[in-house]
Design a protein around this ligand. Sequence first.
Ligand SMILES: [Zn+2]
Ligand SMILES: [Zn+2]
Length: 290
Amino acid sequence: MIPYPTVQDASVALGRNLTWFETVWFDYSATKSDFHVYCHTILVLFLVFSLAPLPFVFVELTGWFERFKIQPKVKYSLSDMFRCYKDVMKLFVLVVGTLQFVTYPSIQMVGIRSGLPLPSLMEIVAQLVVYFLIEDYTNYWIHRWLHCKWGFEKIHRVHHEYTSPIGYASPYAHWAEVLLLGIPTFLGPAIAPGHIMTFWLWISLRQMEAIETHSGYDFPRALTKLIPFYGGAEYHDYHHYVGGQSQSNFASVFTYCDYIYGTDKGYRVHKKLLQQIKEETEEKGGKKYD
Ligand SMILES: [Zn+2]
Ligand SMILES: [Zn+2]
């Protein structure tokens, strides 16, 4: 809850006029408790997860961009994708909803704030970079562990049911995996705590990134290709294509962990072979894993 009754009081306390964003934030949160604001985290997740994969649903149903489909032999209908959406929504309500109540004390403990002033753009960007790097590194090792015999059979097998993933399948996993992968997501904000708005931005961007890497489409002009060491859709799609036996491409966002620890060798050989086949047959685009 913001400890100022009016925008004018907040301006006096800050010693300056509120920015437009701060006024909007004041109107939204002034009468809500910190817990109430934190509870809206799940709404942010619902909103992003419901809307962000829609362009990929359109692309899949129309077939207009089939040349960019990574595994073109696999087709999904609207009901297939809706079934996946419903499964993941259930998981969100049961696991993430419960987790939200349990994690509130830790959010308070680490000092994630929800008042004024709002963070500067520089602060937000710096924290997001740190969160992505920490998540990527921690997720890499947890994901690698999930590929041991026990971890795969008992937990990770569910996420690999989609050998050709779709956007809505990005969080499709065993409830234990959702809990486990919550650790890398919270670790960054716990080490470098910021504003709840930055936290929402972080989980939204991370989710959008996961939706893109599970989309099943590799668009050559995607803006994410400009990000250094970014894995992308084709990179993670290969991990799903190989399945449980995969000892390649474990990282969630970037490629450098797999490179450093030598877990991208299978992928690199695969890419080389594809290139050779392409050159020999003079095939253009499209068929990649056939
Ligand atoms: Zn895996
Ligand atoms: Zn995946």
